[in-house]
Structures are given as structure tokens and as C-alpha cells.
Design a protein around this ligand. Structure first.
Ligand code: ZN
Length: 189
């Protein structure tokens, strides 16, 4: 599926050389860099994500987590915690699992990272995929909160990056709770 690590600025989407690492600041955004691996526009990728999210094949995320871990092995992630996109109780009941939490668990285990379990989703939101660019930012605004203070360096994992609205909103929340450097990692963009 043409899987390899790419780094971009989540705001201007400019590609950054992998050799420079992912801590480099480009635009003024709470989320510092985005690391991703596959092109979401490819039919096979869309299908895989759909199966993993809406058809209950949660094992797909364990497989993807393994692939991502192999690539991230090359980086020094010492002192980084990993966190994921929290769901409301209602969302969790509907899907039966949180795919981003599965990814976080696999990465934590494979890369020896601690999980930051302090984020909560406090607002029911519409499905982002059904909304346009501006609506997505409004939909997700003030949807998250921390129940404890956040560590300084955090990897925030999600399945797909589209507008970046969700990851930026969570990053804003994490910064309010004490985080300094937040790196986004998604399977697809
Ligand atoms: Zn930029």
C-alpha cells in the first residue's frame, strides 16, 4: 500500500525532510508536526479504514500499529508520552472500541512509551467527515478537556488527518494542561 514515513507542517502542509526530525517548528500551531504514512485518497486505504472503523474489524488497528512502530523505531522518542483521541461514552458504545486507543497501546508497547490517559471528550459532535472545512473547526471546538496535568512531550495519535481540526483542538487542550511539544501521528492523510 505504498507505506512510508512522511513529515509535514500540519498548518501549511509543507513537507519537511525526515532527516530533520519532527520537533521542528514551522507555522505557529499547537500541533508542531504531523507524521503520516499513506495516502487517504487511495481506494484500498479508504476501504481499510472503513472496515477498521465501521465494520468492527478492530484487529486492523493492531496490524497498522505494528507497521507504524517499525517506522518510528528510528527516532529518539525518549521522554515522549503517547495519547489518543478520546471518545464520549455514547460514541464508545456505538463503535465498541476506540481505534486510536488501540493504536496508542500498540505503539506504547512496541516503542516503550508511557500512555497519557488524561484526556476526555466532553461534547457530542457530528461526524467530521460530513462537514466542510469551517464547520469542522466549530464542531470540534471546546470538545475536549484534561482530567490531570499533561506531560511536556506528547505524541498524539489518530487514524486519518484531513483538515487537522481535531488534532489541533486536542493540542490546544493539551497545551492548556501543561504540554509543550505535541507531535501528531496518523496512519493516513
Ligand atoms: Zn508551516
Amino acid at each position: 500500500m505504498d507505506f512510508h514515513l512522511k513529515i509535514i507542517c500540519p498548518k501549511c502542509q509543507r513537507r519537511k525532510p525526515v532527516s530533520e526530525g519532527f520537533k521542528l517548528l514551522c507555522c505557529n500551531y499547537c500541533l508542531r508536526s504531523l507524521v503520516y504514512f499513506v495516502d487517504y485518497e487511495k481506494e484500498v486505504i479508504k476501504e481499510l479504514i472503513k472496515l477498521g472503523k465501521f465494520s468492527g474489524y478492530y484487529k486492523i488497528w493492531e496490524f497498522i500499529g505494528d507497521l507504524i512502530s517499525n517506522e518510528l523505531n528510528k527516532f529518539n522518542l525518549e521522554n515522549f508520552y503517547i495519547t489518543y483521541v478520546p471518545m464520549t461514552k455514547k460514541e464508545l458504545i456505538n463503535r465498541g472500541f476506540n481505534q486510536t486507543k488501540i493504536l496508542a497501546k500498540v505503539l506504547a508497547k512496541r516503542l516503550n512509551l508511557k500512555i497519557f490517559d488524561g484526556l476526555v471528550k466532553i461534547k457530542e459532535t457530528k461526524q467530521q467527515a460530513l462537514l466542510d472545512f469551517k464547520e469542522r473547526f466549530n464542531n470540534i471546538k471546546d470538545a475536549f478537556n484534561c482530567k490531570k496535568s499533561a506531560p511536556k512531550n506528547i505524541i498524539l495519535i489518530d487514524d486519518v488527518f484531513t483538515t487537522g481540526a481535531t488534532l489541533e483542538e486536542i493540542s490546544k487542550t493539551l497545551k492548556k494542561c501543561g504540554a509543550k511539544i505535541i507531535i501528531g501521528i496518523t496512519f493516513a492523510k
